[in-house]
Design a binder for this molecule. Structure first.
Ligand code: FES
Length: 244
């Protein structure tokens, strides 16, 4: 791969806030940036889900003898959780490679919201960056040693169809409804997942160990779903998704 000849890499992590499928926007912007900065290698990576992970992209940059890597989150609405994990993952990678010959890893400033993605990314990678640190919190903790004792595991589909048809709003409403009732991860664990398959029923939500699947669980249904199923233990049968 020609990338081996380049000493500067830019790793752009996929955003979660640019519509139904942000990959086209990111890839289009990177194409513009490759024209503007022909000496820089641009790659995309993901913090979670399918695709090249941030740590794999850092491995590849190091293996190609890059001298500098700028990691930029393509998120344009600041999400403190994602931002924290982004920094933790980079810190973890630095610790894992401490003492090795690795590139200078820099973190670009967060993007602001505007329509022109290429200009946003360009400003971020050409503007001031901060050195990535090894002193970030670790990726392990005694409180994460065991599976929590939650009563129910709620899976909210964030596959491409559900994400385009209300999944993000349902996930947000669910978080807020649980918080309002004082229910945390030890009571109800909420996980956003990839496609759960019955895409026509979007937004899809599944509850385990009850083995109960909901179809069309839009925001206006969330309060009742939480009260009746998650608090009182009575699934809302009329909203169940059709099953084979
Ligand atoms: S995208 Fe949600 S079930 Fe397929």
């Amino acid at each position: 791969m020609n990338a081996i000849q380049h000493s500067r890499w830019v790793i752009v992590t996929a955003p979660t806030d640019r519509g139904t499928d942000p990959r086209d926007q990111v890839l289009g912007a990177l194409s513009t940036l490759r024209d503007r900065h022909p000496d820089t290698v641009f790659v995309t990576a993901v913090l979670g889900g399918s695709g090249t992970s941030v740590t794999t992209a850092l491995d590849e940059a190091a293996a190609s003898a890059a001298t500098e890597v700028v990691v930029v989150s393509a998120q344009t609405v600041l999400d403190r959780k994602i931002d924290a994990w982004f920094r933790r993952v980079i810190g973890h990678w630095l610790r894992e490679h401490s003492g090795e010959r690795i590139p200078d890893v820099r973190i670009a400033n967060p993007l602001s919201d505007t329509a022109n993605y290429a200009d946003l990314l360009d400003a971020a990678i050409c503007g001031p960056t901060t050195a990535a640190r090894t002193t970030t919190a670790p990726l392990t903790s005694p409180s994460w040693d065991e599976v929590p004792g939650f009563a129910r595991h709620v899976m909210v589909c964030r596959g491409p169809r559900c994400s385009a048809r209300g999944g993000p709003e349902t996930a947000q409403a669910l978080d807020e409804a649980l918080e309002a009732r004082g229910l945390g991860d030890d009571d109800v664990l909420v996980t956003q997942t990839g496609c759960l398959f019955p895409c026509s029923q979007a937004p899809v939500v599944a509850v385990y160990p009850d083995n109960t699947w909901y179809a069309g669980l839009h925001t206006e249904r969330v309060e009742r779903f939480v009260d009746e199923h998650l608090v009182e233990g009575r699934p809302v049968t009329e909203w169940h998704g059709a099953r084979r």
